[in-house]
Ligand binder design. Sequence first.
Ligand SMILES: [Zn+2]
Length: 431
Amino acid sequence: MSSIVVDGTPRTFLSPQIIQHIQKHALQRDSGSFEERNSFIEQRGSTQFFESFSLDPPKKCERMYSFPLTSKATPSPSPIEVFDASTFKLRKYRDRSTIYISDTTASICFDNMVRIDSFCREVFKRHPVANSEKTMISLLHHRLAKNNACWVPHLECVYFGDTDPDTFRPLDTNADVISHEFGHAVIQYAGGLQYRNQSGALNESLADVFAIMTKHYLSKVKANDPNASWLVGEGIVVSDKAKGALRSMEDPGSAYNNPRLGKDPQPKDMSDYRTTSEDHGGVHLYSGIPNRAFCLAAKAEGGASWEKIGKIWFQALEQGKPDMLFSQFALHTLRVAHLEYGDNIANIVGQAWQQVGVNFAKTISLGQLAAFIGGGLGTAFIANTTMVALMDPEKLTSFKLGGIILGGCFGGLALANRLEKRNLRALGMQI
Ligand SMILES: [Zn+2]
């Protein structure tokens, strides 16, 4: 078990740009002051607590994580609770044993949470929240998440906001959205990827991967089955010229296109990757790149997405650092693929990353580059000392010293090359 600090930034389903876009075109405006809309008193069970929704600076909290995929036993079902958060005092709709308030939306949300819990326990042998029997909690009609849904890391629950009906169909009854949000819960305890820049985009991508695996698992389709959907948030976008979804893992940039939301801006590969300060460094924008890598790998492998490739992705998540780049995550997937399933699957994974322009080879060749520079410096040094020794035999000591250094450098170069080749072979690369 290791300890990490997880920031409290809500892991939203939609990017702030989309929300701004909606607000610009919205017929209705949120009521209440900024303070009213950004703080909240919640009643969870018998406990009432003040909740701050501060994004700047985000709340921080200490978290423990572990991802024991080696465990074979399926854990017992997680407790599940669904609340109405439309008023300051939370009202519980239902839990696993009791229906307190009969409500169709709450029932659909609850049923989806049961299915997500089953998928997570049966496939990954772990509970979705905190990898323990912690309660899965959804708060519906939340005033702080209008037209959005988010996993709140320090409160360990999901907020679902109501939507403008002419923009989105309800998010709290959409299986993809609910799975995506609880995917963030899994990620938090399986590596806790920082929610900014490339690690943040990986966080968003892995939440989509979790959602798509859940969907495939429940509909029993293989990755390259014609019926296998690669759309996330399928059906939530109203009156759309495109696919009416929020993201396409197979074809990023093609999910939605309408005047209210604009056009899906996700690039397909690294050639359109630009550094940005918006949306925590483009976490919802660039998640499409690793999403597509996952889709390509799963389709090329040909089995079920939640089996080999899904397990590789989540083991790689656990093994990487919280601030890892795409290329570093890709290397972890290659390593896991090779160790768990051999060269053939590792090559499939490597090709998928290459197709989206994530070049892990650059990372691999750093050691070779250092050895090469060392060798070059050694050569220059011996050339210099040789010249000196030839001109003045008394400086033979320098000549010998130069020889030793050169020998050391070339020895180091040979060793580094050998190690690099061993690394490459271990990663299943054709060299
Ligand atoms: Zn998200």
